[in-house]
Write a protein that binds this ligand. Structure first.
Ligand code: FMN
Length: 401
């Protein structure tokens, strides 16, 4: 009898990705698979990584004011972005060189985003070309660009994005120069990664990662082949400084870009409300409040803390989004409560990709969906749409009597 109970209790099947229950689990799973030099590149930030930490801890400072007994049996996590439905209000931030963590790189991420009904923002620095990525999906793709020193290169990317049916353009403005990524300097992070004597053992302990990297296509910037290529063994920071960033850029560049791109145009990397107003004046359709995940200027405010001022300044005329530190469904809803139309995640999709390729990213997005749904019920607001600052503890007139 007792043995029968024990037999029913035992479940020794490998759990695989199903055993991962949160974004934090994905981070741990990724770090078990990746050599230190790569996991540091993904997780690290600039200088003292103060902003990386602030992005996370600021969410914890925000508390809910839950309301009960209001029938939350019929719930919806979906929304609309630029007039098109979005099944999940969590989009994938642009992040370059995804093939570093999984050989299917951005192809896997694009397919996973399509399955989840969300947007994938392809980085200018993607490992596959923007055309190769659009060829594997009918989902919503946006392209992120930097302001290069040469308008010709940006203009060419814009034409290619249009031809490949990209829906929106995202201009990243927070990289006049690359932030000081201390971990990358110490580790010798380059394209391809430089394996120094100090990291040989660590890399050899990740033979599957090494085998994948060696078996996969050459690690490069797929959309930029022919335009500019990294000069063998160059540090990523040096390459971006030399080619992708433009310290001389001014708001005139946004006006120029507006002139050549007719679809939705977003500006990413805004922290100050005055910059959001300027972007609006120059014809932007959307703002992504972001500090580049704490990878650029350190000691920036957490994105979630910068969001309300931007929303107050331009939120009634332009779609406002945020990224930085979003790790739970509850974080997504806090951002919505403070005025974001939807959010983006960067590191979480890299960790999920490293942990399980396309399946990993799908599972991670599924976890977000489930967490958002559950939090909606617990907060007492059945729809993503109906979440507002009145759900946040301590906001004026919102403390329950
Ligand atoms: C590995 C990595 C590469 C990134 N590459 C880019 C990029 O090419 N262009 C860009 O605009 N932002 C890039 N970012 C920043 C992300 O778009 C995003 O702003 C940031 O990751 C959000 O913070 P989170 O990682 O806490 O979600 C990158 C971030 C990471 C982690």
């Amino acid at each position: 009898m007792k043995l029968g109970v024990l037999a029913r209790m035992l479940d020794l099947r490998p759990r695989g990705l199903r055993g991962l229950a949160s974004v934090d689990d994905f981070e741990r799973a990724a770090n078990r698979k990746l050599p230190r030099i790569v996991s540091d590149f993904v997780s690290g930030g600039s200088d003292c990584e103060t902003t990386v930490q602030k992005n996370l801890s600021a969410f914890d400072q925000i508390e809910w004011a839950p309301r009960y007994l209001s029938d939350v049996s019929d719930r919806s996590v979906s929304t609309e972005v630029f007039g098109e439905p979005l099944k999940l209000p969590v989009m994938l931030s642009p992040a370059g060189l995804a093939s570093l963590v999984h050989r299917d790189g951005e192809l896997a991420a694009a397919k996973a985003a399509e399955r989840a009904g969300t947007v994938f923002v392809v980085s200018t620095a993607s490992s596959f070309s923007l055309e190769a990525i659009s060829a594997v999906t009918t989902g919503r793709l946006w392209l992120q660009v930097y302001l290069w020193k040469s308008r010709e290169v940006v203009g060419d990317l814009v034409k290619r994005a249009k031809a490949a049916n990209y829906e929106a353009l995202v201009l990243t403005v927070d990289v006049p120069v690359v932030g000081k990524r201390v971990r990358d300097i110490r580790n010798g992070m380059a394209i391809p990664p430089r394996i120094r004597p100090s990291s040989v053992l660590n890399v050899l302990r990740r033979p599957r990662w090494l085998a994948h990297l060696l078996a996969g296509p050459d690690l490069t910037f797929g959309s930029l082949v022919g335009a500019v290529d990294p000069e063998g063994q160059e540090s990523i920071a040096a390459y971006v400084d030399r080619e992708l960033s433009n310290a001389a850029a001014t708001w005139e560049e946004l006006t120029w870009l507006r002139g050549i791109w007719k679809g939705p145009l977003l500006v990413k990397g805004i922290v100050a409300a005055e910059d959001a107003k300027e972007a609006l004046r120059r014809g932007a359709d959307g703002i992504i409040v972001s500090n580049h995940g704490g990878r650029q200027l350190d000691s920036c405010p957490a994105s979630i803390n910068a969001l309300p001022r931007v929303v107050e300044a331009v939120g009634d005329r332009i779609e406002v989004f945020m990224d930085g530190g979003v790790r739970r469904g509850s974080d997504v809803l806090k951002a919505k409560a403070l005025g974001a139309r939807a959010v983006f995640v960067g590191r979480p999709w890299f960790w999920a990709l490293a942990a399980g390729g396309q399946d990993g990213v799908e599972r991670m997005l599924g976890i977000f969906s489930e967490e958002i749904d559950r939090t909606l019920a617990l907060v007492g607001s059945p729809n993503f749409h109906t979440v507002s600052d009145s759900n946040i503890w301590g906001h004026e007139g919102t403390v329950p009597e």
